[in-house]
Ligand binder design. Structure first.
Ligand code: UN1
Length: 456
């Protein structure tokens, strides 16, 4: 507890200093940092593979995602614009100024052990905040390497205060401390919906700010007019990539009945050709699940599927390769039952049929989560309906692209039980600031708004 307090106090002191450093200088530090990341790309990616067990190409992609968001934040450092508004009062003007919010607490998960932190960190830093980071206990090595890279950037920039502090403590009680702590101006938490539901009320209790990126149950609608070859590639990458452990992983495939059989045959055939093995081997496409627990959970779910008479293809563990290795599974379901409603963090793809687009959209929206969604169609009306107000209810809705693998330029996050937060690109930076409305009177009189008279 004392150690925790010391850490937060140190972070508060760093933030006080950091908030008065001009934003373009803060951006300059991120430029130095992103160059260090470029130099260390491979070793960082290797550590990601060690901790998260994703394949090396995805590890390198994750480091690239960090580089991209740092570059984005550096550009932002001269563009954190506030609006100006006309005032109803003579000789007055109104303006918005974005101010640093304070200390940002970041809780991240094992599956993107560096990039999700980097999204938060880069924006928090350019906005003038300090960061306290509680990484996943499964990815402590990644956190230490990020901290070393950040410290190297601070040293190169001759910064007196190193404003990133790590909490390397497995205890869930630490997350609760962060949630309850008034000194944490913003708590950005990535993980399960269950975790979010336990942290959010504690943050709300003190009327603090929370940014939640929680569970997903992402879908793809494949229409009768889709390019099935493209769809197949997108399905396989987004369903089995990262061994089904992205929050954006494709979990539900909603296929028009007229092409259902054809598409299913082609996906099943692609699944048989998947190279499963050592994630450091460049020919591997699927590494192991993060833990034996995850494998067991996946097996439990598949057993229930079988008991429900759903057709299950794949899903068998491959102990000869090692702990956690498994064939990705395809489950043909006849309804969106309770199992399909839940996010199982493993490569299980539920496949179902639809007849009309509105039925497909209802299925897509008929779960509690709202992160990512997509449609494969060459019919412009279908595509436009899908992204219209009556279409997908998710934070991310793609056309002819799978639900995973977003670029950093857009805002990332989802609706409903995904938590509503937005990180990364677009104007997500505003969550890391407090909005100050400033009215300036440059006249010689004191008129009141709304014409109120109050003569003394
Ligand atoms: C996550 O799984 O928490 O869009 C993040 C994607 C990645 C980020 C995933 N860029 O799949």
């Amino acid at each position: 507890m004392n150690e925790y307090n010391l850490l937060i106090e140190t972070s508060c002191v760093a933030q006080k200093y950091w908030q008065s450093v001009p934003a373009p200088w803060r951006g300059e530090l991120l430029r130095i940092f992103s160059n260090i990341l470029r130099d260390r790309k491979f070793v960082l990616a290797e550590q990601i593979v060690k901790d998260s067990k994703k394949i090396i190409s995805e590890g390198e992609g994750e480091v690239q995602e960090m580089i991209d968001v740092c570059d984005f934040a550096m550009g932002l450092s001269r563009q954190m614009y506030g609006l100006t508004m006309p005032s109803e009062r003579p000789d007055h003007r109104i303006q918005e100024i974005w101010q640093p919010i304070g200390v940002v607490g970041v809780i991240s998960a094992f599956n993107f052990p560096m990039a999700v932190w980097a999204w938060n960190h880069a924006l928090a830093i350019v906005c003038g905040n300090s960061v306290v980071w509680k990484p996943s206990p499964k990815a402590v090595g990644c956190a230490i390497m990020c901290k070393q890279a950040w410290d190297a950037a601070c040293d190169a920039a001759n910064l007196p205060a190193h404003d990133l502090l790590l909490i390397l403590n497995e205890d869930i009680a630490i997350s609760n401390l962060l949630a309850k702590d008034k000194r944490i101006a913003l708590l950005s938490a990535t993980g399960s919906t269950e975790m979010g539901k336990s942290l959010a009320p504690q943050v709300a209790q003190r009327l603090g700010r929370g940014l939640y990126e929680l569970g997903g149950n992402n879908s793809m609608i494949v229409s009768q007019s889709a390019n099935l070859e493209l769809a197949k590639r997108a399905i396989v990458f987004s369903a089995v990539g990262t061994c089904g452990q992205r929050c954006t992983t494709l979990r539900r495939l909603i296929v028009h009945s007229s092409i259902y059989d054809e598409l299913l045959i082609s996906i099943k055939s692609a699944y048989t050709k998947l190279v499963i093995g050592d994630p450091m081997d460049r020919s591997t496409l699927v590494g192991p699940l993060i833990s034996f627990d995850s494998l067991e959970k996946m097996q439990d779910v598949l057993n229930i599927c079988k008991a429900n008479n759903y057709i299950v293809t794949g899903g068998t563990p491959i102990p000869t390769l090692g702990l956690g290795y498994v064939n990705p599974a395809i489950v043909e379901v006849t309804e969106q039952c309770q199992l399909v409603q839940e996010e199982t963090f493993a490569p299980i793809l539920y496949v179902m049929k639809y007849e009309t687009l509105s039925e497909a959209i209802a299925l897509q929206n008929g779960v509690t989560q709202g992160l990512s969604s997509c449609i494969f169609t060459d019919n412009i009306q279908e595509a436009e309906i899908f992204i219209s107000a009556v279409g997908s209810d998710c934070g991310i809705a793609n056309v002819n692209i799978g639900p995973s693998g977003a670029e950093i330029g857009g805002a990332f996050g989802g609706e409903k039980e995904t938590g509503g937060g937005r990180e990364s690109g677009s104007d997500a930076w505003k969550a890391y600031m407090r909005r100050m409305t400033v009215t300036v009177n440059y006249g010689k009189d004191l008129p009141l708004a709304q014409g109120v008279q109050f003569d003394i």
